[in-house]
Design a protein around this ligand. Structure first.
Ligand code: HMG
Length: 373
């Protein structure tokens, strides 16, 4: 058996309530909270980026024994910070992982995390004593005042892939790829170019193409916004009832789109909020990445699946989050754009008490990170 040994997550502590955004944009707030289904979206603070978020997620699950057995770090992101150097090199250094480790970055919109997970499984199959750390970290930023603005978010997932996994084993299903223009970010653009309606239609078509027509209590989805779960559920041969559907999308509705990590955030939502004992449960998983790539697979949870997650740290994630005003949000995201493209910047004075890792400065385009506790 090969699968997810441990699963960790990080979401920023600052959030924009969707009622605040609706008021500022002159939109009926029911459109955002009921139509889109989003209550809040997580926004990165001044010295967070994809590397610090990935390290925060990994830090909550890795012990010294895990670190010593990691042979490869795969970093899935569509929020790359460098065209050449992999974000995994920065992460490996910050996490104190062994130096005889492969470190690579992967990209295919929101699908790269799932692609990386399957590559990791093949690697473990041929190196059974080794583990692979798959990191997924993204900042979904569409810019101000456009229809994508309500579907933003930020966060990271860390998965340790191994033989005899504690959380659950992964079962391969069907996959499909098409060359499409629904959502892409050419190198000249700071934000994605999006045809929202086309993207929703493609997502639904490709789900229909790859789903496995089995009845299950839970199917988790890639969730660009919470109510995409309702649209996806309707495409299944055996849709979930409303109570189970609400559990699948609960975390997404207060975090937003975290791109590569979004499907796994939906899984964490089930692990945290399910009323049933999930031992031996098989959960459907639908991955979608624009452009477009889709895959339907399942995870069968083990008897001791609770050992594969750190419930305390997951519950702490959503405690004490700070609601941003519209002015705070504008300042924060203007700062984000400035610092992402700055060749030199000092961010050392922004450290917050809850942070373990910070992007301290950039010098001549090189990011300097620090573990602060
Ligand atoms: P929009 O045009 O602003 O919204 O775009 P709308 O007019 O379609 O309305 C949204 C919903 O609110 C509708 O419900 C309305 O009826 C309802 P639906 O028909 O869908 O069930 N509504 C109301 N409800 C209550 N009270 C009201 C009210 N008014 C309207 N007063 C869209 C929405 C999601 C398209 C836009 O935000 C967008 O383009 N987002 C970015 C793209 C996206 O998220 N696509 C999703 C699929 S693609 C994907 O998942 C990949 C992705 O993650 C990228 C990657 O792979 O890297 C995005």
């Amino acid at each position: 058996m090969i699968g997810i040994d441990k699963l960790g997550c990080y979401v920023p502590k600052t959030v924009l309530p969707l009622t605040t955004l609706a008021q500022a944009r002159g939109v009926d707030s029911n459109k955002y909270t009921q139509g889109i289904g989003q209550r809040e979206m997580a926004m990165v603070s001044h010295n967070e980026d994809v590397v610090t978020m990935a390290c925060e997620a990994a830090h909550t699950i890795l012990d010294d024994h895990d670190k010593a057995s990691i042979d490869m770090v795969l970093f899935a992101t569509e929020t790359g910070i460098d065209y050449s150097k992999a974000a995994s090199i920065y992460a490996l250094d910050l996490l104190g992982l062994p130096s005889n480790t492969r470190a690579i970055e992967l990209k295919q919109a929101c699908y790269a995390s799932t692609g990386a997970m399957f590559l990791a499984m093949d690697y473990v199959r041929s190196h059974p004593t080794k583990k692979v750390l798959v990191l997924s970290s993204d900042i979904a930023w569409y810019g101000f005042e456009n229809s994508g603005e309500v579907t933003q978010g930020a966060g990271a997932i860390a998965m340790l892939i191994s033989m005899n996994p504690r959380l659950g084993s992964i079962n391969e299903g069907l996959k499909a790829v098409r060359n499409e223009k629904d959502f892409y970010r050419p190198i000249f653009s700071k934000v994605p170019l999006v045809d929202g309606k086309l993207s929703i239609g493609l997502y639904q078509d490709m789900l229909k193409e790859v789903e496995d027509h089995q009845s299950r209590r839970y199917t988790c989805f890639h969730l660009p916004f919470a109510n995409m779960a309702n649209k996806a559920n309707r495409m299944l041969t055996y849709p979930m009832d409303e109570a189970h559907l609400n559990i699948v999308k609960e975390l997404g509705s207060v975090v937003g789109n975290i791109y590569n990590g979004s499907l796994y955030l939906s899984l964490i939502s089930v692990l945290l909020h399910a009323k049933e004992d999930l031992k031996d449960e098989t959960i459907g998983m639908f991955a979608y990445g624009s452009g477009a790539m889709a895959e339907f697979f399942t995870i069968t949870l083990n008897e001791n699946y609770q050992e594969g997650i750190n419930k305390t740290s997951l519950n702490q994630l959503l405690e004490g989050r700070q609601a941003l005003s519209m002015d705070d949000y504008i300042e924060l995201m203007q700062h984000y754009e400035l610092k992402e493209y700055a060749s030199d910047i000092d961010l050392s004075h922004y450290v917050k008490p809850y942070q373990t890792f910070v992007h301290e400065s950039t010098t001549h385009g090189h990011r300097n990170y620090k573990k602060v506790k």
